[in-house]
Design a protein around this ligand. Structure first.
Ligand code: F0G
Length: 374
């Protein structure tokens, strides 16, 4: 029997763990890379677009890849409690992995600004949910202060183990496609994930014994080149929360994509390095564009991602239209979280249910009204 048991077991020789490390896993990773077959036809472009559906991780977002590493290393170091600031997904993942590990979890979230599904996860897994009258950036600052005065281990992406776990997405994509794609697009909030992707892709083309910071150049991974190229990295921010585009922190970030409602990303410099080294770019999308593409993806391909995730595809569709991405390209969009995380936003923009009496004729009239013609 060879059960899939998560990213640490799968990529153990490429991650900072030893045989004695107590792995805390929920079998995260191994998410589907789904080719979008209808959209390229709709926009009349000869391109291959794939969605890496991270919403199918155990807690419904890519955060699980980072959290398995961060919590594993926290437990290895003897930590009894973890803490994070979050726009929702990090708190859901932290709460779940802390429960699995049997340690305490404190999450700081902006009051009233996290999606319902995410809040329910943090609560259900038994973390201590602290709502602050402030935004994510305030929470991030406070968490760093609190880690100095209380025995709590930070599991935000300033914890380098988070990015180590998240880099594994690049390995999976390369394994599925046989090489790295030409372009890789993703949402940018606190900017850790784009940096982690770039680390993964960079390690995948490396065949030297260069040290990665953890393995001293000894891991077999550095000697086994997986890919012949690295993708051009495309990072998209919501127009109301686009500090990288503006070139300065945004004091009061605002967007319907609450996951990326961040004005001062912690990994700003790493993200810019990924963009520059890859020859990529950052751009922004409006809330309207984000919601339009979230719905388009749900209704043309059957993939329900959350608003923040849809920005990767929204940006790509715009850049294809502008000719910035050429025909013949292979593009991967990271669909970072599941649409079920944010049912309020989904329902608000969808056609309302039709209510009728429980009666054959009434329902048949509705069917006839909505049947496709021909
Ligand atoms: N997409 C989703 C669904 C997210 O939850 C996040 C970040 C991002 C994209 C952006 O990733 O921060 O690495 O640039 N969510 C964090 C949280 C901030 O607290 O859940 P990033």
């Amino acid at each position: 029997m060879s059960l899939y048991t998560g990213i640490i077991e799968k990529y153990r020789d490429r991650l900072p763990v030893t045989a004695d490390t107590p792995v805390i896993s929920l079998n995260e990773g191994n998410t589907p890379l789904i080719e979008l077959r209808n959209l390229p036809r709709l926009i009349k472009k000869k391109v291959r677009i794939f969605g890496k559906f991270e919403g199918l991780n155990p807690t419904g977002s890519f955060k699980d890849r980072g959290m398995t590493m961060a919590v594993t290393k926290a437990v290895e170091a003897g930590a009894k409690a973890i803490i994070c600031a979050s726009t929702g997904n990090t708190s859901a993942a932290a709460a779940a992995y802390a429960a699995r590990a049997g340690i305490a979890c404190f999450v700081l979230i902006p009051e009233g600004k996290i999606a319902l599904g995410k809040l329910s996860q943090a609560m259900m897994h038994g973390s201590v949910v602290i709502q602050i009258r402030g935004n994510f950036d305030d929470g991030m600052r406070l968490v760093q202060e609190l880690a100095k005065t209380t025995p709590v281990n930070i599991v935000n992406s300033i914890n380098p183990y988070r990015l180590q776990g998240q880099k594994t997405i690049a390995f999976e994509i390369i394994e599925a496609l046989g090489d790295a794609p030409d372009y890789h697009a993703l949402p940018v909030g606190n900017a850790g994930n784009i940096s982690a992707h770039w680390t993964g892709y960079s390690e995948a083309v490396c065949e030297s014994t260069r040290a990665c910071g953890f393995c001293s150049g000894k891991c077999s991974y550095h000697k086994s080149k997986m890919a012949t190229q690295r993708p051009i990295m495309l990072g998209y921010q919501a127009s109301g929360a686009a500090p990288i585009l503006r070139g300065r922190p945004v004091e009061n970030p605002e967007t319907v994509a609450t996951a990326i409602r961040i004005g001062n990303p912690v990994s700003w410099q790493l993200a810019v390095a990924a963009q520059q080294e890859s020859g990529g770019w950052f751009d922004e999308c409006t809330d309207q564009e984000i919601l339009h593409v979230q719905k388009l993806l749900a209704q043309t391909e059957g993939i329900f991602c959350e608003p923040a995730s849809a920005i990767s595809l929204a940006g790509v569709l715009k850049d294809l239209e502008l000719g910035k991405i050429g025909e013949g390209s292979t593009i991967v969009c990271t669909l970072t979280g599941h649409g079920l995380k944010d049912p309020d936003t989904a329902i608000a923009q969808s056609t309302k249910p039709v209510t009728v009496d429980a009666e054959h004729g009434a329902i048949e009239r509705v069917i006839r009204e909505y049947l496709p013609e021909g």
